[in-house]
Write a protein that binds this ligand. Structure first.
Ligand code: HEM
Length: 558
């Protein structure tokens, strides 16, 4: 063996392999430069691409600001149009077309452009292969069709009492923080709540993360933190042996845990209950579809031994369940954090919101029971919905990376037509929500009124898309908006949250991911005057997990 390794032939083969790899890498770089040169965008050089200009913007802003913020800052700095080209090679995967124009974004979703392949790479450690968030074509369609009924408004209304129970635990915990007067990370507490909610929706399980721990969720959350994130300026971080081991271990743990739940549900319910009960949790929908797809279910019904599930189906279902657990927790908790942050900054909005809750849901003491018995009242909270929409306009939790292709042409308002082949088409909800050409002179102001039904017609079509639109829109958006309204109805009249970024040292020992890496805290800590800027940790989250103090608004017990 040693002799073989020392032979000149092996050396030659290795050299050829390395040279081929480097050659292909350089060719990709040249291609990226060539494609982007001369196109509308920040100043571009054949040597540096857009790197110099991106670097200058990065240097003028906090080191770990979320990548979806940069194109917006570039657009403002160079007074660019709402669609432009950026060449970040050797960073990223392809040169990209930044889209912050509603009509053009709409063209991309009407075309039903494919998810960009980088999304799959990014999500594999977290979700496994072929998850429905990044999959395309028939594979995606099959899962989406299967799970759609689990997110119908009618079904979601039946979940409201369970959501209320979870939010009441959250209220209890906030009261404990009031008593202690401590500083804590609001994102952490809120994420535990949204996990409890999504656990019921997806697996019909109560994870009880607000009062305890769960190994599967711990693994999921650690996995989120091990993805390329705010620490990924160091490309070697992904290759750290400890990180590789933890990702492997977490992946196995999640697969085993969810696989066991699936097996148990399938064994206890077998086909009979799954077929007759027609429950609509994600897991039951998966099982129901599986059982219904069988040619002969009687064989399963009469089976006295434990029925076994086809392994390929099981692995696919595990991946989708992981996708729901992931997509359904931190996006919502991040949005809630920004709602509370903006309400504190805008007391007049907070007051109007509380008045709406009082008039539609009655006194706070009876609100939980009122919502449980008359959940449809949540649909009447127009101002609450407007506050949520305005928050998502300014702080969207995600964006939409799509793959350009030969037949996908973008028709710009100036008559120009852009062919997208070879580019990533990046639908940037952050930049779209902050584009003054779309939202006018009040673009930077927090004005929920713009989303009230009387004003909604003034908003250009396709301009509000934090859940994306078209066939690949967010499957969980109705759940997110419903859950958020329950939280707001039970929290906003009780508490206010005081941002405590100046008391960070009090939470640094909490062992959370946010406590890592001191170097991120050096230099400017504001983006366009906002100190609670977004960072990338799975979703776009408030930096430092939003350290706060909480006080009671009425001085009474919550
Ligand atoms: C405020 C909260 C949320 C926001 C802002 C949000 C945003 C988004 C966005 C922008 C997409 C499209 C991504 C793309 O175009 O590449 C998406 C997809 C998705 N979201 Fe959400 N989401 C939220 C909550 C949820 C919840 C609660 C669930 C729970 C089940 C969920 C499940 C999904 C799924 C399964 C997809 C993929 C849908 C498909 O491709 O067919 N999301 N979300």
């Amino acid at each position: 063996m040693l002799q073989l390794l020392q032979s000149p032939l092996v050396g030659i083969v290795l050299c050829i392999a390395i040279l081929t790899y480097v050659g292909r890498w350089l060719a990709a770089g040249y291609d990226s430069r060539r494609r982007t040169h001369g196109k509308h965008g920040p100043p571009h050089s054949m040597i540096w691409g857009s790197l110099k200009e991106m670097g200058a913007v990065a240097m003028a802003n906090p080191r770990r600001v979320h990548p979806h913020v940069y194109p917006h800052l570039l657009r403002k700095k160079f007074k660019l149009d709402s669609v432009f080209f950026v060449d970040p090679w050797p960073f990223g995967y392809d040169p990209f077309i930044a889209v912050m124009d509603p009509a053009v974004a709409q063209q991309v979703s009407d075309y039903n452009a494919k998810k960009h392949y980088s999304m799959g790479f990014y999500l594999v450690p977290l979700l496994g292969h072929d998850d429905m968030v990044s999959a395309n074509g028939e594979l995606w369609k099959r899962w989406r069709t299967m799970f759609n009924p689990g997110f119908s408004t009618q079904h979601l209304m039946t979940l409201v009492p369970g959501i209320v129970d979870d939010v009441l635990v959250y209220v209890e915990k906030l009261n404990e923080h009031v008593e202690k007067g401590d500083v804590f990370r609001l994102e952490e507490e809120t994420t535990r709540l949204t996990i409890d909610v999504i656990g019921k929706v997806v697996l019909d399980l109560h994870f009880n993360m607000q009062r305890g721990e769960n190994p599967c969720i711990e693994a999921l959350r650690e996995q989120v933190h091990l993805l390329p994130n705010e620490g990924s300026q160091n490309p070697l971080e992904m290759w750290h042996p400890w990180g590789i081991y933890r990702r492997w271990r977490n992946d196995r743990l999640m697969k085993d845990y969810i696989g066991k739940v699936l097996d148990e549900r399938f064994a206890t319910k077998g086909s009979t209950a799954v077929k007759t009960e027609r429950k609509r949790t994600v897991i039951d929908l998966a099982l129901w579809n599986y059982v219904s797809g069988k040619e002969d279910v009687t064989e399963l019904k009469n089976d006295t031994t434990t029925p076994k599930m086809d392994e390929a189906f099981k692995q696919g279902a595990i991946t989708q369940i992981r996708a729901f657990l992931f997509a359904g927790h931190d996006t919502t908790s991040s949005t809630m954090c920004y709602v509370f942050h903006l309400l504190k900054k805008h007391p007049e909005v907070h007051k109007t919101l509380c008045a709406e809750h009082e008039s539609i849901l009655g006194p706070i003491e009876t609100t939980a029971d009122t919502i449980r018995s008359r959940p449809h009242l949540l649909n009447k909270l127009e101002y609450t919905l407007a506050v949520l929409k305005e928050t998502l306009r300014l702080f969207p939790a995600a964006s939409g990376p799509r793959e350009g292709e030969k037949d996908l042409n973008l028709h710009l308002s100036n008559g120009e037509i852009i062919n997208t082949e070879g580019f990533m088409v990046w639908l940037l909800h952050y930049g779209l929500g902050r584009n003054e050409e779309v939202w006018g002179p009040t673009v930077d102001e927090f004005k929920p009124d713009r989303f009230l039904p009387a004003n909604a017609h003034k908003i250009p079509e396709g301009a509000w898309r934090p859940f994306e639109q078209g066939q690949r829109n967010c499957l969980g958006q109705n759940l997110a908006l419903l859950e958020s309204r329950v939280i707001m109805a039970l929290v906003c009249r009780r508490f206010e949250f005081h941002l405590a970024l100046d008391r960070l040292e009090e939470v640094m020992g909490d062992g959370s991911f946010y406590a890592r890496n001191e170097s991120f805290r050096k230099g400017s800590q504001e983006v366009e005057g906002e100190e609670l800027y977004q960072i990338l940790v799975g979703a776009a989250k408030p930096r430092e997990g939003m350290p706060v103090r909480v006080t009671r608004l009425d001085g009474r017990e919550g």
